[in-house]
Ligand binder design. Structure first.
Ligand code: ADP
Ligand code: ADP
Length: 237
């Protein structure tokens, strides 16, 4: 089933930069998609548009659950079950791994709920998320004492704590060495498969796309130049 659908979605930034030419794309439930492209191709714009952090200049975004996502109530509902993972992990460096994961729970709650203390259930869930990324022993370690790969895994745990239907990961391994990159993508793909989470990850390494993607969308100059299984990349390149 179609989880998220873009119809004629294009993005021109206020300064006139045409970052995405109008495109139609469907992301299916549970699919692990890699957006592959060089710097400036429009990967980040597409991911931010999917979370409505960037408002498209044309077209509509819809989900199976909400229909066309417009208006602040639907945008909020959409974001609540859409978790983000960033290149620079965006952790609170002076806080523990657990506290960082709990901020994912905050994103899952409605605004009024965030004014109240965290219930014990949320702490339990956050701990379980750390266990799933193999970091149970780092629960109370401050983020700035973790390695780059561990920080990124805390970022995955924080996304999971939001109990998302969708994960959007913007160059999550760009600042990691090749081995650590493999480990992080391995975990992300395993978890999204186990939980049936629709996952869209931007990368610029063909080899990593080939290895982890179920579907690759190639972007260049704000256009889709490839859309298919990684096995079809060989004949396309
Ligand atoms: P990628 O993630 O593939 O590197 P981006 O989506 O960041 O690509 O960028 C696509 C194009 O849009 C580039 O030309 C970039 O310079 C431009 N761009 C990105 N963000 C902005 C912005 N906030 N304002 C103006 N132009 C932007
Ligand atoms: P408002 O301006 O109406 O308060 P926000 O845009 O601040 O709305 O946030 C709406 C909801 O989306 C909140 O639950 C918030 O935690 C969540 N949210 C905000 N930014 C992101 C993001 N980058 N990724 C995922 N969820 C987000």
């Amino acid at each position: 089933s179609a989880m998220i659908r873009l119809d004629g979605v294009g993005v021109t930034y206020p300064d006139g930069t045409l970052a995405l030419h109008p495109l139609d794309l469907t992301f299916r439930q549970g699919e692990f998609t890699v957006l592959l492209g060089l710097s400036g191709a429009g990967k980040s714009t597409l991911l931010r548009t999917l979370n409505q952090l960037v408002v498209p200049s044309s077209g509509t975004i819809s989900s199976d659950e909400l229909g066309v996502i417009h208006g602040s109530a639907r945008v909020r509902a959409h974001r609540r079950h859409t978790a983000m993972i960033f290149q620079q992990h965006q952790l609170l460096l002076r806080k523990s791994a657990l506290t960082n994961v709990l901020t994912g729970r905050l994103a899952a709650h409605s605004a009024w709920r965030t004014l109240l203390p965290m219930p014990a259930d949320d702490v339990t869930l956050a701990y379980q998320c750390l266990q799933r990324v193999g970091l149970a022993d780092k629960t109370f370690v401050r983020a700035d004492n973790l390695s780059g790969g561990q920080m990124q895994r805390v970022g995955i745990a924080r996304a999971l704590a939001q109990q998302p239907r969708v994960i959007l990961a913007d160059e999550p391994v760009a600042s990691l060495d090749p081995n650590t990159s493999m480990q992080v993508l391995e975990q992300l793909s395993r978890i999204s498969r186990e939980d049936g989470i629709t996952t869209i990850v931007s990368l610029h390494q063909l080899e990593l796309a080939r290895r982890f993607a179920q579907r690759v969308i190639g972007l260049a100059g704000g256009r889709v130049v490839f859309d298919g299984p990684p096995s079809a990349l060989d004949s396309a390149t």
